[in-house]
Write a protein that binds this ligand. Structure first.
Ligand code: HEC
Length: 142
C-alpha cells in the first residue's frame, strides 16, 4: 500500500498518526539546517492552524533557502520532485494544505516501520517551517 502523491485524504493522515503513536518513529538521518528567520513576526511555540506569512515575499525567500537545505534532497530542487518523494507543488492551497503540512512536520512519514521523512517539528522553528510552507504555496500548481 503506497500513498500517491496527491493522497491528502484523512485515511493516510490517520495511518501516520497511528504509526507515530505506536512508537515506530525513528530519528531518520536528518541533519537539519537552521533557518534564519530574522524579520519575520515571532510566533511562539504553540502551532497555528494557518500560515501567518502566506504570500509574504520575505517569508517566501527565507522559505526557499530553508526548503533547499532541508527538503530538496528528497522533494527535489525548486520543488520539482525526482520521484523519491511527493511533488509538493500539488499540495492543496490555503488552510487545507496548511493543516496537512503541520501534521507532516509533527509526524514525518513512516512507511512499514521505516522512516521515510523525519519529524521537523522541534528541529526547525515554527517561523522557519511556515516560511517553508509559504515558499511551497508560492510554487503551487493545479
Ligand atoms: C529523507 C527524505 C525527506 C526529507 C528530507 C523530507 N521529506 Fe517530505 N516526504 C518524504 C516522503 C518519502 C514523503 C511521502 C510519504 C508517504 O508516501 O506517505 C514525504 C511527504 C511529505 C509531505 C506530504 C505530501 C503529500 O502529498 O502527501 C509533505 C507536506 C512534506 N513531505 C514536506 C516536507 C518538508 C517541508 C520537508 C523539509 C522541511 C520535507 N518534507 C523533507 C521524504 C522526505
Amino acid at each position: 500500500m503506497r500513498a500517491t502523491k496527491t493522497a491528502v485524504a484523512g485515511g493516510l493522515l490517520g495511518l501516520g498518526l497511528v504509526l507515530a503513536a505506536s512508537g515506530a518513529l525513528g530519528h531518520g538521518d536528518v541533519q537539519p539546517q537552521p533557518v534564519k528567520t530574522d524579520g519575520l513576526k515571532p510566533l511562539g511555540t504553540e502551532w497555528l492552524a494557518e500560515n501567518p506569512y502566506k504570500g509574504d515575499a520575505h517569508a517566501i525567500s527565507i522559505g526557499a533557502s530553508g526548503f533547499n537545505q532541508n527538503c530538496a534532497r528528497c522533494h527535489g530542487l525548486e520543488m520539482i520532485s525526482g520521484g523519491l518523494a511527493p511533488d509538493l507543488r500539488y499540495l492543496p492551497q490555503g488552510k487545507e494544505g496548511d493543516e496537512y503540512f503541520v501534521e507532516r512536520m509533527k509526524h514525518g512519514a513512516v512507511i512499514n516501520g521505516v522512516t521515510k521523512m523525519p519529524v521537523f517539528d522541534g528541529l526547525i522553528s515554527q517561523e522557519g517551517l511556515w516560511a517553508i510552507r509559504s515558499y511551497i504555496e508560492s510554487k503551487h500548481e493545479e
